[in-house]
Design a protein around this ligand. Sequence first.
Ligand SMILES: Nc1ncnc2c1ncn2[C@@H]1O[C@H](COP(=O)(O)OP(=O)(O)OP(=O)(O)O)[C@@H](O)[C@H]1O
Ligand SMILES: CC(C)(CO)[C@@H](O)C(=O)[O-]
Ligand code: BAL
Length: 277
Amino acid sequence: MILKTVADLRAVARGWRAAGEVIGVVPTMGALHDGHLSLARRARAECDRVVTTVFVNPRQFNNPDDLKKYPRTLEADAELLGAIPVDAIFAPPVEEVYPEGFITNVTMQGVAQPLEGHMRPGHFDGVATVVTKLFGMTLADRGYFGQKDWQQLQVVLRLVRDLNIPVEVVGCETIREADGLAMSSRNVRLTAAGRAKAPVLFAAISRAAEDIRAGHADRMAIREAAEAMREAGFERVEYIELRDAETLMPSDDPRRPRRMLAAAWLDGVRLIDNIPV
Ligand SMILES: Nc1ncnc2c1ncn2[C@@H]1O[C@H](COP(=O)(O)OP(=O)(O)OP(=O)(O)O)[C@@H](O)[C@H]1O
Ligand SMILES: CC(C)(CO)[C@@H](O)C(=O)[O-]
Ligand code: BAL
């Protein structure tokens, strides 16, 4: 069932709620791959009803070219989701989500500010605004998010706490290609040559994390990872950072959970990844 309007979605969700069913939502921007499907499968296993949302949210794109080039494949997405199966796909047009006169914005500081927040100004306000709306529209009890977007997951956890949104946020592990590359909708924009180099991102941060665990200096391990990526042909390493896993602030306290996060450009495509340290 593909739903296009908030009214239709609400009507369906209200029926489920009235029957006492637990609703899980899997928010996506479409162009689905096994990473998304793993979230949908987990929601299927844990909830009575599953809604996958497919919406390329213009408010979270700071780069108009990235928005224009974002892959859109609703027909194929619906087929993949049909095999899970999910109960509903919510794929609204932009004007349904942001009708004329829309003036509300959810703004976050703290965990939303560094790294992706710094490199993509306005990005997490756009994510927080749309996720708040999607939770409201779907009447979800649980929301499923991938660890591939680690900072986004921490932002959403903070959002539901701060706004008392009654949704349990479930973080799901990153699904990778056989060579280690984190699955991402943007991977399809890599050339064959770029695709061959792309696994170096995961390999380099994995090596750095191992070195740090073995007692090497954080800075040195990170510098070597950046060098390995540039040598492999990455045009630009935007950041490789060791951060507190929850606050995303700089952390040299190995007793707290830490995360290494990276963003880099290859073939004109911006790739991100992260791993525990
Ligand atoms: N490889 C993956 N493993 C697990 N979850 C993933 C993976 N890729 C994306 N997700 C999750 O799927 C949800 C929807 O993500 P999105 O539609 O942006 O896909 P994406 O592949 O991350 O695309 P993008 O190219 O925008 O990064 C998010 O919660 C995201 O973290
Ligand atoms: C959570 C999300 C669907 C909000 O647009 C998006 O940021 C994504 O795909 O990760
Ligand atoms: N996967 C996070 C959404 C984005 O890149 O805009």
